[in-house]
Design a protein around this ligand. Structure first.
Ligand SMILES: N[C@@H](CCC(=O)N[C@@H](CS)C(=O)NCC(=O)O)C(=O)O
Length: 207
């Protein structure tokens, strides 16, 4: 059975759990990271030299980097669903995963550290992240004008990469511009039982 190593409060672990939930793929999750203090053990480092979570082990095939894990699982077990059969739709979904890492998550992480973790961050940096997050979500809001999900009318790996970041952003105690398409998309995610279980109900202050 697929093994997932990582605490369920981690946003990156949640992507993998949600992906498995959508596919209906059974897994055995083991607690690693943060309060469990076990990612620097030689055994874990041999699997993932970054000492970060998640790491997956699929019948001896070990993989880390959450988006790569989601892509792999979707390609292997969710082809035609989470991983579209159409190459252009698959590329579009994959593009939104890269956008999540490079563009959406950095400002959201700064806000998360300031508002949820309580890290001491200079107010100017928090304000810059707030403004940047608005700009970033405006881009997705405009894209969603013609799409139910980020790569068309079906949920894909692109949505899975972004689902935690949008949930966090909506929870921050800041003013949220009315982005109608973004809100409709988030509402659609919230109707997924797997998203509810692995993202909405598992969120904590750990990151
Ligand atoms: N780019 C990596 C980042 C992994 C990462 O930063 N994971 C965090 C949790 S979200 C972590 O391992 N933090 C330290 C810990 O939990 O011990 C990925 O997407 O998998």
């Amino acid at each position: 059975m697929l093994k997932i190593l990582g605490r369920k409060t981690s946003s990156n672990v949640q992507k993998v759990l949600w992906c498995c939930g959508e596919i209906g793929l059974p897994f055995d999750r083991q607690d690693y990271g943060a309060e469990f203090g076990n990612t620097k053990s030689p055994d874990y480092l041999a699997l993932n030299p970054n000492a970060l979570v998640p790491t997956i082990d699929d019948d001896g095939f070990v993989l880390w980097e959450s988006n790569s894990c989601v892509r792999y699982l979707a390609m292997k077990y969710g082809k035609g669903k989470l991983w579209p059969s159409d190459m252009q739709r698959a590329a579009s979904a994959s593009r939104w995963m890269d956008w999540q890492l490079t563009t959406a998550t950095p400002p959201v992480t700064t806000l998360f550290r300031a508002f949820v973790r309580g890290d001491k961050i200079p107010p100017a940096d928090v304000e810059a992240a707030r403004v940047r997050a608005e700009e970033v979500w405006r881009i997705l809001d405009a894209h969603l004008a013609g799409n139910t999900y980020v790569a068309g009318n079906e949920l894909t790996v692109g949505d899975i990469a972004l689902g935690n970041a949008i949930h966090r952003w909506y929870r921050f105690p800041i003013q949220h511009p009315h982005y109608a398409n973004l809100q409709t998309w988030y509402d659609a995610l919230c109707r997924s039982p797997a998203y509810k279980q692995h993202v909405l109900d598992s969120t904590s202050g750990n990151g």
